[in-house]
Design a protein around this ligand. Sequence first.
Ligand code: HEM
Length: 516
Amino acid sequence: MEHQFLSLTGICLLSSTLLGLVVFSCRKLDEKTNEKPEPYHVPSVVPYLGHLIGIIWYRNGYYTKISAKYNKLPIYTLPVLKGQIYVINEPDLIVAAQRQPKIISFWQVEAMSITTLGAISTSGSKKLKNIPSQVHHAEKVQGQGLLLDGLSATHRAMAPGLGFQEMLLAAREPIAEALNALAGRITAQVHVDMWQWVKHEVTHATTESVYGPMNPYRDLAVENGFWDFSDNVMWLMSGPTLSKILASKGCEGRATVIAAFLEYFRKNGHESGSALVKARVKVMKRELPQSDIAALECVNGQAILVNSVPTAFWTLWQVYSNDEILHAVRGEVDAITSFKDGWKTISLPTLTNLPILESTMQETLRYRSCGVGPRMVLEDTVLESKHHLRKGSYVMFDNRSLHLHKPTWGSDSEDFNMRRFIKPIDRRRIQRSSAFRGFGGGANLCPGKDFASLEIMAFVAMFVARFDMIPDKGRWENLQQDLSNVALAISPPASKVFVQIVERESLGGLKWKFED
Ligand code: HEM
């Protein structure tokens, strides 16, 4: 489906390093066909395997580690097995690479990942992997094979407009309901595992908005099945046989989600769902059996959920762990909250006019992103007339290094600055737009970025307006991220945070809602 699927960002790391590099043999540097040298080869103590071991050990953190060591190089090569990975950590070179989406291809990586992850039928996989060489931009071009047509439908459905607005309105009800229910429970002094709680509420709100009144995720077994699947994507990439051994829980979770979606489609549940699900199904139905469409919908959760949940979690965490940010965001939200007919209401359309809230969410993505943007090189090519990239290799955009890039972000790039993204725009702004990788960029810019941003802002805004949150340990301790799942653009916390949630004084007993 449109594969949406792509937060695949890192899923690809496994497919690329463990599978692709074995399959694509590396040719000797051909001086006749290209005089330009390959980017600098970073040596490793153990030839062929050293970098691979580093990637498996440190996951995406390995690229950041090497980039920090070779920070004068805009691009470098990690020789791995019989191939190579080129790592780009300079914004201008990212722009150059993004100008060639059909040669330095994310789509190819997406096709490989989604078909393996969804265990799509052989004939379905063949259709999804058939990407014509004459493609341009998924957002604009039609009739380019199943994968690209699906993506194109996704981009159109998620563009600001009626479908987008309906999704947003569908998401706000569950958010307000969840927080009203939370307020009701607070008298019982409930302690919450913050990650689990945010995960459940954001999963519920997002899937309600995408799938409508027959949302399969209303069944907790489906929600849990999806997260079992998602937590195991690295091992599920090992293929149908090995994954049964290495990721049995992930396989079971996937089977539960697929069964629920088969039922959903059998009952035409998508017809009362969002423009997004309708558009995807319309394209996929042309060429795929229902079983593949249901499997792809499971994989689509990788796009719609796995980054929205940690972004919401970390935005809340950043706000509450710093009194100054909490005070500033709360002041903005209080200003758009009114009291009408016995309800406290927050105006949804004005959320985008809250500069500190919006900037804090973007800064959270900058500060906490740890994914890589993987690309496959489909033809020999030269970047910026300088760097020879060989066919069959992989390119990784090292998002974390780009987000710490001092020439772009300034000397405080390692600090969290809630005002960093506030307009008026400063001189570095244009450069920043390519250095900010929170939602990817170029032809593969995330189509869900506006929806996800507004959904998360709505969630954070209402929470901040209503509640105080106190960690069980009495203070907010520095929290590391769990980098084990390379498929994520932004990783979850590495340890649990239990919090006590208390309704703000003088607000007790009031019901809240969003207003259009
Ligand atoms: C905060 C939440 C989200 C984050 C951080 C996020 C992040 C990203 C990133 C980084 C990429 C680009 C990968 C690359 O260039 O290497 C991407 C692509 C994509 N995202 Fe999102 N995403 C989020 C929410 C969503 C949602 C709600 C959807 C639902 C439609 C979605 C659908 C997609 C799709 C389909 C692509 C592939 C685009 C293409 O190849 O044309 N994402 N996302």
